[in-house]
Design a protein around this ligand. Sequence first.
Ligand SMILES: NC(=O)c1ccc[n+]([C@@H]2O[C@H](COP(=O)([O-])OP(=O)(O)OC[C@H]3O[C@@H](n4cnc5c(N)ncnc54)[C@H](OP(=O)(O)O)[C@@H]3O)[C@@H](O)[C@H]2O)c1
Length: 286
Amino acid sequence: MRRMQSPHSPKIAFIGGGNMARALIAGLLRQGVAPALIHVGEPSPDARAALQRDWNVKSSADNAAAGRDASLLVLAVKPQHAGQALRALYPTLLEYRPVVLSIAAGLRLADLARACPPGTAVVRAMPNRPALLGAGVTGLYAPAAVTSAQRALAELVGAAAGRAVWLRAEAELDVVTALSGSGPAYFFLLAEHMAHAAAALGLSPDTAALLAAETLYGSGLLAHQGTALAEERAAVTSRGGTTEAALGVLQQGGFDALIARALRAASERSAQLADMLASTQPTEPE
Ligand SMILES: NC(=O)c1ccc[n+]([C@@H]2O[C@H](COP(=O)([O-])OP(=O)(O)OC[C@H]3O[C@@H](n4cnc5c(N)ncnc54)[C@H](OP(=O)(O)O)[C@@H]3O)[C@@H](O)[C@H]2O)c1
């Protein structure tokens, strides 16, 4: 028998209770979702104990028990475990018909859909690491057949980690992976180089690292306010001043072309990894 949930109190199942699931659960609780509405399927007893202790959310070693009655099932295992986990959940997906939201990097909708009963609403999301602090940004993609109510359910989880942005095509997730997924590493690298350069100019390494990290943090807060990035840059750059001198060196050194190449490499790698993952997915339900 197919059971329906009230749209006002959707039960959310997480399959996998690792780092990203914990970040998303923390965000949902911050948004006022009751802990009783969240149930996590997770094999590790330590991870289950931590979920109970930290947030009082139910967890189970049995994914089918976690998925019972769920309106939304968040697939939060490593990509290589996702196909198998979904196939084992086939009867649960058939009975309760939850929206499946996959955060597994690179696992494509076609492969996810093959592991689910026909007609399952499947949505993909790519969160990023700042989600751990509620400051993430998540790219979401759903095919046209996914209804607006189903999208709203999926967005609840995306927005719990920070901001959620809907994409126009699944392939855009490779670009999102290159931009916001890998992006924190680019900013950290830039800050590391800035700190090393400042230390070479005479600051103590600790002071330089502190100043670089705090500059990264403060700049992020300014960017978060929504002013155009170029405007924020212009606000620091007076004609003939120190910032203009530094930016001139970066431009002459091909900084923009280098960044464009870096993002292209990350996006192409994301697509390659997805191809490799697709070739390893099992084809028959368990
Ligand atoms: N972390 C990030 O910044 C980030 C960003 C974007 C997307 N993602 C995606 O998020 C997903 C989870 O990443 P993560 O960093 O949270 O990984 P993680 O910390 O390793 O969490 C995965 C959890 O799933 C558990 N698990 C393994 N097989 C399972 C199964 N069959 N059923 C239920 N649970 C199972 C694992 O338990 P064991 O450890 O006992 O195996 C582990 O606790 C990945 O697909 C990743 O691509 C992560």
